[in-house]
Design a protein around this ligand. Structure first.
Ligand SMILES: [Zn+2]
Length: 409
């Protein structure tokens, strides 16, 4: 029988250097390890030198594997707005301030995305990654934000990029980005229509938009291109590579292809979050998509659900209310987990399971954490990444997960 692995994340971007130091970290690890057998720690993305050093060069014999959490196309050292993705109307990607004013000082996470085809962006971010691996002997890299903006950033940014570098590269790919622009414009004029027999909502939406369909593929190829460069760097350093992935339903829209990515990963973490309300979470992404489509096509919610029903029959107005008000319906979480496993083939899948309590933002209860772990095990998970910050996981949540783990073996 395979061993179920537990990983956890430590965010140096969400805790100031003063609050996250070696003592607090060691103390927390000593509390967590007897409850949950941790195989891997994912730490980053802000370079907290003392913490990085402690978990790499000063690693102790019984410490878990340590992965560098690295944001490839957002918040890398020296990122410039000139490297941003460009919308069809020439707009760049601005910082995302959806966390509210209070959080802005604590969280150094901008959600400003650079274009994977911009030579300066590529050079800066790949070099910064390589330098970090030169400085600290990590066991691996956990790659995050190696994608295009998502619906949470707005539909115009979701359907980017139209920079000169993308124009050139798309032409080599046999795609004229002006045709994509025309289809995006016609799309708004013709109104919202879903057609085709498919369980993939994006395919259904784009079934009569050949250029847009090819554009989605082009963006996937653009992401794969830079991922291959990352793999060369991790191979040169002799370290592993794990991916932080949007859940399968939202993979293609941000430039991810699970089956292709499986070839470059030692393991992946699909973000099958049930409660989180932020970019990459199924809740905010779905709401942003639904509201974006309503606004773009000027249609009522009932009309949207009548159309969407053809592509995603279970996604009803009632289920949408549940998602908005409380959590993603568990049946959807399970179908995302099953799809992840199917698409990843032999590559190990460690689901991102919420386990944290940040009062006022997210407050996962023990029974909820336990239910998520059960769902992951039901869906043949190879492991779980307890998300997203070990420093903020209530002991009751960890104990509840341990009980599930003991019962299920
Ligand atoms: Zn571009």
């Amino acid at each position: 029988m395979k061993t179920f692995k537990f990983f956890t994340q430590i965010s140096t971007s969400h805790s100031s250097e003063g609050s996250l130091n070696i003592q607090t970290l060691r103390q927390r690890l000593d509390e967590v390890k007897p409850v949950i057998p941790i195989s891997g720690l994912i730490v980053g993305s802000y370079e907290n030198k003392a913490v990085f050093q402690e978990l790499t060069a000063n690693k102790r014999g019984d410490d878990p594997e340590t992965y560098l959490w690295y944001n490839l196309l957002s918040d890398y050292p020296g990122q410039d707005e000139k490297e941003s993705v460009i919308t069809d109307k020439g707009k760049t990607c601005k910082k995302w301030f959806g966390w509210g004013d209070d959080a802005q000082e604590e969280i150094t996470e901008s959600f400003m995305f650079s274009c994977p085809n911009h030579p300066d962006a590529r050079q800066k971010t790949l070099e910064a990654l390589s330098n970090l691996l030169d400085r600290y002997p990590f066991d691996g890299v956990f790659l995050d934000k190696f994608r295009f903006p998502s619906p949470a950033s707005g539909l115009d940014l979701t359907f980017s990029c139209f920079c000169p570098h993308c124009y050139r590269k798309a032409a080599e790919f046999g795609l004229d980005l002006d045709e994509v622009k025309t289809e995006l414009r016609d799309w708004s004029q013709n109104g919202f229509a879903v057609s085709g027999q498919t369980d993939n909502w994006l395919d259904a939406l784009l079934s009569e938009k050949p250029a847009l369909k090819k554009f989605i593929r082009f963006r996937i190829e653009s992401v794969l291109d830079i991922v291959r460069e990352v793999r060369k760097i991790t191979d040169a350093h002799g370290v592993k590579l794990g991916f932080d992935l949007f859940s399968p339903s939202y993979a293609a829209i941000v430039g991810y292809d699970y089956q292709e990515l499986a070839r470059y990963a030692d393991w992946v973490k699909p973000m099958t979050y049930q409660y989180a309300f932020g970019p990459a979470g199924l809740r905010l992404e779905t709401i942003s998509l639904v509201e974006g489509i309503q606004k773009e096509f000027n249609i009522a919610e009932s009309e949207l659900f009548a159309g969407a029903g053809k592509a995603v029959p279970w996604f009803t107005a009632e289920k949408y209310s549940e998602l908005k008000d409380t959590a993603v319906p568990m049946e959807w979480i399970c179908s995302e987990m099953a799809a992840s496993k199917r698409l990843m083939g032999k590559t190990p899948v460690y689901f991102g399971l919420e386990c944290v309590s940040f009062p006022g933002v997210i407050d996962v209860k023990p029974d909820q954490a336990a239910a998520l772990l059960s769902a992951a095990m039901d869906n043949d998970a190879d492991g779980a990444v307890l998300s997203w910050d070990m420093m903020h996981m209530p002991p009751e949540n960890l104990k509840a997960m341990r009980s599930v783990y003991d019962e299920r073996g």
